[in-house]
Design a protein around this ligand. Structure first.
Ligand code: MRU
Length: 335
């Protein structure tokens, strides 16, 4: 399963809003359509957002006709601005766009810039695949035979350029022959857990059970969970973690019950320029995502809605952070 593919002059992505009922693909050579796909979560998950944005810049570079480098540069910078406005929390988006911007500083002809931008986007994708593999290997050392894990949102192949982050740990442990069970939270309101995580884990032959977000405290009280493993959208230099709304609830509940709480992410998710979670911008989603469900409106018309898409888990709740470099234990210092 590939979340996104470069086809030479266009990109192809699986529309995640339609999964698991329909496997529909979007193919486009237009970066504005790709920007819209990120905004509307047809493609989502921090690393996959970064990869998509890089390909968006490659598409923009291909859509410039002419040989004036300064005009080319402003055309590409316009695309960078447009793509950076899609989703504010996942730092991988800004990290990847900065890498594309850096390429522009190393060239002075349209033709070379175009080639180098495409190759940088492919590098970003390949590197993420490799980081996912290493996260899986490091993280699997923490998983014992016969354990039961709890995960939140979706951190698998759909969310990355490889096998995933938290989910790569799960699939690696499974591949190593460890007997594991997974509880996946449905992840209100966009239901990435119910729709995507269960679908991916089933495809990988992993024993997965769906629960609602509200069942987690009861399961921990029942001693059904050995450890929690989640992904991240941005990690501050002190180890505070921004991740899908509900992650902080899980961390608090895990601490109360003495259950280890692990976060898995590539180093592209670490924002060493942000000192703590207090400065991480939190995306607010449209009220419609809470007002509607089951294909129809479920809340009274005119109701006030507050819908932060992410929350911050303080570093003190995190047992370890797993990156491609290894297992980082507290106190965290990613500056
Ligand atoms: O709003 P989403 O679906 O993009 O949020 C995704 C998450 O919160 C994931 O846990 C995170 O990006 C890690 S993805 C490997």
């Amino acid at each position: 399963m590939k979340s996104i593919e470069w086809l030479g002059d266009q990109v192809r992505l699986i529309d995640q809003t339609k999964l698991p009922l329909e496997e529909t693909y979007l193919e486009t050579d237009d970066y504005t359509i790709l920007a819209d796909a990120i905004r509307t979560m047809k493609i989502r998950g921090a690393p996959a957002i970064g990869i998509a944005a890089a390909y968006g810049i490659a598409l923009a570079a291909l859509k410039f006709f002419g040989s004036d480098f300064q005009l080319f540069r402003s055309h590409v910078e316009h695309a960078i601005n447009e793509l950076s406005s899609t989703r504010p929390t996942a730092v991988n988006l800004f990290w990847s766009l900065q890498r594309m911007k850096n390429v522009l500083d190393t060239v002075n002809s349209v033709e070379t810039a175009r080639k180098k931008l495409i190759s940088e986007a492919l590098n970003i994708h390949r590197e993420d695949e490799e980081m996912c593999r290493k996260i899986g290997e490091h993280g699997a050392t923490l998983i014992e035979h016969n354990s039961t894990l709890l995960t939140h949102c979706n951190t698998g192949a759909l969310a990355t350029g490889g096998e995933g982050t938290a989910q790569s740990i799960i699939t690696t442990a499974h591949r190593q022959g460890k007997s594991i069970k997974v509880y996946a939270t449905e992840t209100r309101p966009a239901l990435q857990g119910a729709r995507l995580t269960t679908w991916e884990l089933l495809k990988n032959g992993i024993d997965v059970t769906l629960i609602t977000d509200t069942m987690t405290a009861f399961l921990m009280k029942q001693r059904k969970i050995d450890l929690v493993v989640v992904g991240a959208d941005r990690i501050a230099s002190n180890g505070d973690v921004a991740n899908k709304i509900g992650t902080y609830n899980l961390a608090v509940i895990a601490k109360h019950h003495g259950v280890p709480f692990y976060v898995a992410a590539p180093s592209s998710t670490i924002d060493s320029t942000t000192a703590s979670g207090d400065s991480i911008p939190i995306e607010e989603r449209s009220p419609d995502e809470l007002m509607e469900g089951f294909g129809r409106r479920i809340a009274p018309e005119g109701i006030k809605v507050y819908s932060p898409a992410f929350d911050i888990t303080p570093a003190s709740f995190v047992t370890a952070i797993i990156t491609e470099q290894g297992v980082h234990k507290p106190p965290f210092n990613f500056s």
